[in-house]
Design a protein around this ligand. Structure first.
Ligand SMILES: NC(=O)c1ccc[n+]([C@@H]2O[C@H](COP(=O)([O-])OP(=O)(O)OC[C@H]3O[C@@H](n4cnc5c(N)ncnc54)[C@H](OP(=O)(O)O)[C@@H]3O)[C@@H](O)[C@H]2O)c1
Length: 305
């Protein structure tokens, strides 16, 4: 089968190649999915799991991409809950070969049914951004209706879902990003927008929850405006800055089928709009994953037509 592998950690996005690989076989409680579409998070080159296995040993030429929509093509020993030919979507284990391939072996517990009226491209764009937003706001951030949320990168893949879910839940949302992102963030439902390059976060006054997808200095400045009892939730590595009187949480998203179902239902009924940027075929995946221009939204690779 064709697959995109990581070849060179120092080359970042350039260190990938389209190669031939044997098709995977399903282990206990796995399914193999015929991948129809795969989402991609650009920072994947920086994730330790791309380069090391669970024991810390080196991984070489791991297949990248960890979110998918596709069709179950075989079942492992003992697998229940999914059937051959079923449409599914979800996140695959970070340390196993990923979804930028024609087939992937994945634990059945990581997948949810993909409704028949949801396109595979849409399905593949949802798992990482949708679940990260959901878990960050509701599990780790303990968001309450009526609170205020600072949604960093509000025009990006994760931030656009954070903005929409927080608004739906009854929060007041201040989106951030680059100057060019203002209209997109407002269109996703942000009540206001802060251009991080030209405006000062301190002018906001205070917020109850910061959803950080940027880190560094932006995270430090954001921690300083969290109200007593509020939360800083970060998805870009161990938190470096803590609110004076509040919680700081960093986490890595997990595949939770019941939450995937909540998310896809919102897409079906129009409450949630997914932010898809580039869509390319597997044969054109290398240039699509190395864009010459600034990325907008989620890159999705159509693995099969
Ligand atoms: N821990 C987890 O489970 C988890 C899950 C999902 C994502 N993540 C991480 O979260 C981050 C965001 O992911 P994503 O898929 O949402 O990426 P994305 O689509 O590129 O969105 C990030 C947005 O933030 C903007 N941004 C970044 N730095 C900025 C700055 N200094 N000033 C203003 N705007 C800035 C980006 O603009 P530019 O494109 O112009 O930089 C982009 O619009 C990535 O680092 C990813 O690895 C972690």
């Amino acid at each position: 089968m064709k697959a995109v592998v990581a070849t060179d950690q120092t080359a970042e996005a350039a260190g990938i190649a389209l190669v031939d690989r044997p098709e995977p076989t399903p282990a206990i409680n796995d399914v193999v999915v015929e991948v129809r579409a795969s989402g991609f998070v650009p920072a994947e080159w920086e994730w330790p799991s791309t380069w090391a296995d669970r024991s810390g040993g080196a991984r070489t030429q791991a297949i990248i991409g960890h979110e998918l929509a596709g069709v179950v093509s075989s079942l492992g020993y003992g697998t229940t809950g999914l059937s051959l030919g079923q449409r599914v979507f979800g996140i695959t284990d970070w340390h196993r070969d990923g979804t930028l391939a024609e087939y992937v072996a994945v634990e059945a517990r990581n997948l949810a049914p993909l409704p028949g009226d949801v396109d595979f491209t849409v399905g593949a764009s949802l798992p990482i951004a949708g679940l990260t937003a959901w878990q960050g706001l509701f599990q780790h951030g303990r968001l309450q209706a009526g609170q205020s949320v600072l949604a960093h990168g509000a025009a990006g893949a994760v931030g656009s879902v954070v903005t929409q879910l927080a608004r739906e839940f009854g929060a007041y949302v201040i989106g951030t990003g680059r100057a060019a992102d203002r209209q997109a963030a407002l269109d996703f439902g942000a009540n206001e927008f802060i251009d991080l390059g030209n405006e000062d976060l301190a002018d906001i006054g205070g917020v109850d929850l910061v959803f950080d997808v940027i880190g560094g200095d932006v995270q430090k400045r954001s921690a300083g405006i969290i109200r007593p009892g509020g939360s800083l939730v970060s998805v870009v590595g161990p938190v470096e800055a803590r609110p004076v009187d509040g919680r700081a949480v960093d986490f890595v998203v997990e595949s939770v089928p019941s939450q995937l179902t909540e998310i896809v239902e919102r897409v079906r009924d129009g409450r949630l709009r997914t932010h898809i940027g580039t869509v390319a075929t597997l044969d054109d995946a290398i240039p699509a994953l190395n864009p010459a221009e600034r990325r907008k939204g989620k890159t999705v690779i159509r693995v099969r037509g």
